[in-house]
Design a protein around this ligand. Sequence first.
Ligand code: ZN
Length: 310
Amino acid sequence: MIKEIKGLHHVTSMAADAQENNGFFTDTLGLRRVKKTVNFDAPEVYHLYYGDEIGSPGSVMTYFPFGRMPRGRRGTGEVGVTEFAVPKGALSYWKDRLRARGVADLSEGRFLGEARLGFSGPDGDSFALVETAARGRTPWTGAGVPEEAGIIGFHGARMRLRDAAATAELLGFMGYQKDESDGSVTRYRIEGGNAADTVDLEETPDAGPAAQGAGSVHHIAFAVEDRAAQDRVRKALMDTGYQVTPVIDRDYFWAIYFRTPGGVLFEIATNEPGFDRDEDTAHLGQALKLPSRYEPYRDQIERILPEIAA
Ligand code: ZN
């Protein structure tokens, strides 16, 4: 078992319209856009990052808005629900706010003793707000969201799998411990992490496979402290038989990727260097940042990218 994983780092999904995506996360959910850059493999597409004040690992929801992209189909082999944590007592505020803004598929419930409010994003993305203790995290209170209700980062994520056994074994290897179950869902939790520390595995043997599109999670990233820890994790995964990519510089973290037995793409991302690497904390997310290899093409890239509000 490895001990380097510290919880979630970020979740990356796909969207259709960039402006709509930006508005939903900054205005409706009140998160901070902490980086406006491009997809490093497709610079004609934005990569937008939303999170807390500094984009703390465990708070960062990221998107590739591809423009005219068909919606994905929910099913097995994907992250089915991305869960944000909010302070205890905050859900009545969110229910009113999301309803007033016409957010779709609001559903209240409790799961494993926690109050939660499910809702859909602009592309049919599945989200939930879960009431939980703050545990040292501070909400970003954008767009008039009061401090006592603000999103404090991720709570966790729920994966839908045809057969959960191999993914459960992998999570165990990554340092997660089996927690409670309810019906077809079993919770796994990591100790000593960044508070974005749960992964729920939902086994749905009769559901069809997911098809990726707008509103689908592209991959889920787990946090490690630094590159040395990442190297140890990479070696341990490869020794166990996983095919892991080389280390890739994503400017704000270093990344490795591997496909998991249930079909979900996992990433291991470093907490270093962080989003203030190329702009100061007060102005995070405002200017278009490009990796150095695309800087010579800035004019062309800026002409292609759609306008989005500051
Ligand atoms: Zn990623």
